[in-house]
Design a protein. Structure first.
Length: 330
């Protein structure tokens, strides 16, 4: 395999001159540049990507930081990010934090050292101080589902509160009279917004109180355990809005074990619109997010900041829609 010294010898120039040509940094005559490029082509020389990024502080890499790669929402999001990145000649580095602050801090430190060109992040653990550190190194950051005070980078989210309203209204429309909610963790903004949408619709009913909502993890296990808890609290429950689709699948399993037929005895609505909701029996009604559009828009915003770091930040709120399937077809 050819080295930079081999190229320099072939072209009859110094190693420093070859480096200037490769990195497009510093003055080189047109004639010399042509000789170096011909030597590179003849020797099939491949510049070291890491060394080049250290030299020009540019890597052509975008980092995507997610809290839980085992949630199918995030691989679907990653596909959109990667599709757009590849079309522009960039690669994507995927970082999974397991929703831990220490892992997030570790990733951010590593990404700063390796001169990534941009970061797309979904994390409840992100702070304004983190953004200040990245801003100081001119690394554009696009947040998903999170708007921080004084944020100078763009954010992308969906109308989660409206989604909660749509789900709860739909359960009423199909005849449910006692509707529970499997909400996500109480420290998660999106979970809270979906809960408030649910509460908006039910707060006027005389039977409704906080005991109809159970806080659970964004997981199948969380939905399973939470649904059993609601069955015990309220045996007359006949509808449930789950804060994400994995929770809804867990609720489906609990209903089966409890001897409740879905949708006749219990109607279920999830949130996200991931592929798994079409594979269950019955298939799960869901409030669908435009997952691919979120990832695509996030990547486009990164490129907008790469092109001009002085552009104005934008906060996008995309709409959601209800997709009815068998889990609410009474």
């Amino acid at each position: 395999m050819a080295t930079i010294r081999d190229v320099a010898k072939e072209a009859g120039v110094s190693v420093a001159t070859v480096s200037r040509v490769i990195n497009e940094k510093g003055y080189v005559t047109k004639e010399t540049e042509k000789r170096v490029l011909l030597a590179i082509e003849r020797l099939k020389y491949k510049p070291n990507a890491v060394a080049r990024s250290l030299s020009i502080r540019k890597s052509n890499i975008i980092a995507l930081i997610v809290p839980a790669i085992n949630n199918p929402f995030f691989p679907e999001l990653a596909k959109a990010v990667e599709d757009v990145a590849q079309s522009k000649g960039y690669k994507v580095f995927l970082c999974n934090t397991d929703d831990r602050r220490d892992r997030l801090v570790e990733y951010l430190h590593s990404l700063r050292e390796n001169f990534v060109d941009g970061i797309i992040i979904n994390s409840e653990n992100l702070t304004e101080r983190d953004l200040d550190d990245l801003r100081g190194q001119d690394i554009p950051v696009i947040t998903i589902d999170r708007i921080l005070p004084n944020q100078t980078f763009s954010s992308i989210s969906v109308n989660n509160r409206r989604g909660g309203q749509l789900a709860t209204k739909h359960l009423i429309q199909v005849g449910c009279q006692r509707i529970g909610h499997l909400r996500g963790p109480e420290n998660v903004v999106t979970a809270n917004d979906r809960f408030w949408g649910y509460r908006d619709i039910l707060k006027g009913f005389n039977w409704f109180d906080q005991s109809w909502a159970a806080s659970v993890d964004f997981s199948i296990k969380g939905g399973y355990q939470g649904m059993k808890e609601l069955f015990q609290r309220h045996p007359d429950i006949d509808g449930v809005f789950a804060a994400n689709d994995l929770i809804a699948v867990g609720a489906l399993k609990a209903a089966f074990e409890w001897g409740r037929k879905v949708p006749d005895d219990l109607a279920i609505v999830g949130f996200d619109g991931i592929d798994i909701t079409e594979l269950t029996v019955p298939r799960v009604t869901t409030v669908q997010q435009p997952i691919y559009e979120i990832g695509k828009l996030a990547m486009e915003e990164v490129f907008r900041f790469i092109k001009d770091s002085k552009v104005t930040a934008r906060n996008y709120e995309l709409d959601v829609k209800l997709i009815q399937r068998e889990s609410t077809m009474r």
